[in-house]
Each structure stands twice: as C-alpha cells, then as structure tokens.
Ligand binder design. Structure first.
Ligand code: ZN
Ligand code: ZN
Length: 387
C-alpha cells in the first residue's frame, strides 16, 4: 500500500479542526505556494496542488468522514479503476473550484482575468451518481455489475473532435495554440502583463471551422452506454466508490467525468451484519440445549453444521472463524466470523403430562445453578457487553 498522505498535516490543522479552521489553513498554505508568488518553482506547485487536494477532501463532510475512517484509499474504493483526484487535479481545476478563495487576496483564478498556466484548456465531462444494491454474497465475493446508462457520449460521426468528416480542428491564429493571450494592464505598480484565456478559442488553442452536423461541433451527443462497474469485496451500506472516467463524455474530446457509486445493502433474511462479522440467532429447543445435538446454520453461500454440546446455555456465542466478510481494504486484513448466538425456546403450551415431568424436576438439585455455574454465566454475560 502506498504511503498515506496526511491531509491534516498538509494543511497544518488538528484532526478535530472545524470547517472554518480548515478553510483558513488552506488559504494560508495556498497563498504561500501560489504559482504567482513562486513562478517556475515546481516544488511549490506540487505543494500548492497537494494542499488543494487536502482541502477538497477535508471541506466535504462526507469525503472527510471516509478519509478519517479509511484513509486516502477509502476515497477511491480500494484499487478501483483509477483513483480519486490525487495528482489529477491540475491548476485549472484548482482555480475553478477554489478561485473565490484567492480572489479575496488579489490573485486571479482561471477565467478571472488572472493567470492561466498548464497549456490549452480541456473540458471535463459531468460526473454521475448511481446507487447499487448488493446482496450479502455479492458483498462477500465482490461483484461486477453492468448497467445501461443514458449519458453524454463521444459523437460517433466525428469521434469527438467536432469537425465535419475530412476536417480537423485548426490551431487558433490569435493565440497560436497556447490557449491564452498576454494582456498589458495599468496598475498601481505600473504596467503589468497578465495572461488571459484567448477570446477566439476560449482557451482551447484550436478552433473548429467546419462543424460536425451531428453534434454541432461539440464532440458529444446524448446516448446510451453499457457501464461495467467492479465492486470490491467487503463494501458497506453508504460507502461511495468513485469510478474514474465512466461518467459523461466531455466536449471536444476532453476528460470524461466520473461515476460515484453509492452502495446499498440488501438485508439478509437470517444473518445480521456487524462490521465484518455476521450474527446468527440460533433458537434451540429445550431438549436440544439439554441433551446436545448437531444443527445447521446459514452461511453466506450455503450452510454449515455445528455441534451443540449437552448443557449449552442461552447467550453462548459460538464463532465460525473466517466465515464472515472480508475487509474492503483487501487481503491481509483478515475476514470476519459468523457469530452464532444461542437462544433456547421455552415451550409455551404443554400437556398436563408433560408438565408433570417438568414438575418432577423442580426440586432436584441439578436444575439449580451452583455458585460456580452462576459466576461462569455471569462472566460470559459480561463478555458479551465488553466485546
Ligand atoms: Zn460530431
Ligand atoms: Zn486562441
């Protein structure tokens, strides 16, 4: 596993920092490493990007909770077709998302009349969200699910470049493909040169002169796609997996959006999930508990036989080691157990003859727990709550 990034450390805040503290801390770090202050400094740029990544997670209560519980791995759902924004967040994304923070300090954001670095602009397709319902067997084994989804797809006629057949996007003559132009502005410091998105190509560096008739030059059309999603074993209700690049296609052959998959658990009729353990309540008859027996209990994909010792007390927990769910973090993190909780059914209606048999037991010493038995039962009762 890759070394964990400590987002709190990157921003220099405590783990229990408030949203406001996080925002202020991010501002401080971002301004220190802002590219306008550190022109050409790659290390500062990396720190600037890392701080944005940290802020992007910690400002969102949902992402922050997942990060706290699972670390950065939890955000992309354990080796799930690519990852979260790490490294994928370029300067344009940062200025677009957090530009308001910088504007207060006189720095520009993308499209805000300020700098534009990193070459021509690329479009990003919109993200999608979908819910996936899984049964216990799918959660235990992992699953591959296929869905037909309506979304923006790459235009089949022009393959996304937006041009009529036989034509190609042409390099913008105003900015010569750079996507930005230099502007000279008067300021209190004198004449200042700044970069601004090119007005002719809107920052893309290319123009389309002969537009594709199907997509009107956009490079995308509304359509349907079969999306295949791999779900790792051990996921839980409410977990969100980010599947990179399977969302809406982007205009002009840009970067496709992501799909956020929200996990829903289908309750099992007999097994109750407790983290990675599965609890089963086994109801024995009075003679079974007294005399012992061999019984079947349900497992994830079938049944297991277990032996009930004579004199088994209600409240006893029997563990079928490793028969529970795997950890979503993968192999090496072990598997949970099936915990069989013993209950005993006390008959509610007996014939008078049956009652006489019970009556006969009433005053015998064997039906009364001695001090040793009492303390043993109390111990297991206490263990149950301390578990
Ligand atoms: Zn087209
Ligand atoms: Zn241009």
């Amino acid at each position: 596993m890759a070394e964990e990034k400590d987002y709190y450390k990157i921003l220099g805040v405590e783990r229990n920092a408030t949203a406001d503290e996080i925002k202020r801390a991010y501002k401080k770090v971002a301004i220190k490493y802002h590219p306008d202050r550190n022109p050409g400094d790659k290390e500062a740029e990396e720190k600037f990007k890392l701080a944005a990544e940290a802020y992007d997670v910690l400002r969102d209560p949902d992402k922050r909770a997942r990060y706290d519980q699972f670390g950065a791995e939890g955000l992309n759902g354990a080796g799930f077709g690519g990852g979260f924004n790490a490294g994928g967040m370029d300067l344009n994304d940062i200025f677009r998302n957090f530009g308001d923070i910088f504007s207060e300090f006189g720095f520009g954001g993308f499209g805000g009349g300020g700098r534009h670095s990193g070459g021509p602009r690329k479009f990003k397709g919109a993200d999608m969200r979908m819910k996936i319902r899984l049964n216990l067997s799918e959660i235990a084994n992992g699953a591959t699910k296929k869905f037909k989804v309506k979304k923006s797809i790459t235009c089949p006629d022009c393959h996304g470049n937006g041009c009529q057949s036989g034509h190609q996007p042409e390099t913008c003559s105003k900015c010569h493909g750079a996507g930005y132009v230099m502007q000279t502005q008067r300021s209190i410091f004198g004449m200042v040169q700044t970069q601004a998105p090119c007005p002719d190509c809107h920052g893309e560096g290319v123009v389309i002169k002969h537009k594709c008739a199907k997509c009107h030059g956009e490079g995308i059309v509304q359509g349907e796609d079969i999306v295949e999603i791999n779900i790792p074993a051990g996921v839980q209700e409410g977990m969100v997996l980010n599947v990179q690049g399977k969302g809406n296609a982007a205009p002009h052959a840009g970067i496709p959006g992501d799909i956020q998959v929200i996990i829903q658990e289908e309750p099992h009729p007999e097994l109750i999930r407790d983290e990675n353990d599965l609890i089963y309540n086994l109801l024995l008859t009075l003679p079974q508990a007294v005399l012992g027996d061999t019984v079947e209990v349900p497992t994830i994909d079938g049944k297991a036989r277990i032996k009930i010792e004579p004199g088994t007390q209600p409240g006893t927990a029997l563990r079928l080691r490793g028969k529970g769910l795997p950890s979503v973090q993968g192999y090496g993190y072990g598997k949970g157990d099936i915990v069989v909780n013993i209950s005993v059914y006390i008959p509610e209606k007996l014939s008078s003859e049956q009652k006489r048999h019970i009556e006969a037991l009433k005053e015998t010493s064997e039906v009364k727990p001695n001090e040793g038995v009492k303390s043993k039962i109390f111990k297991s009762f206490r263990n149950y709550f301390n578990r």
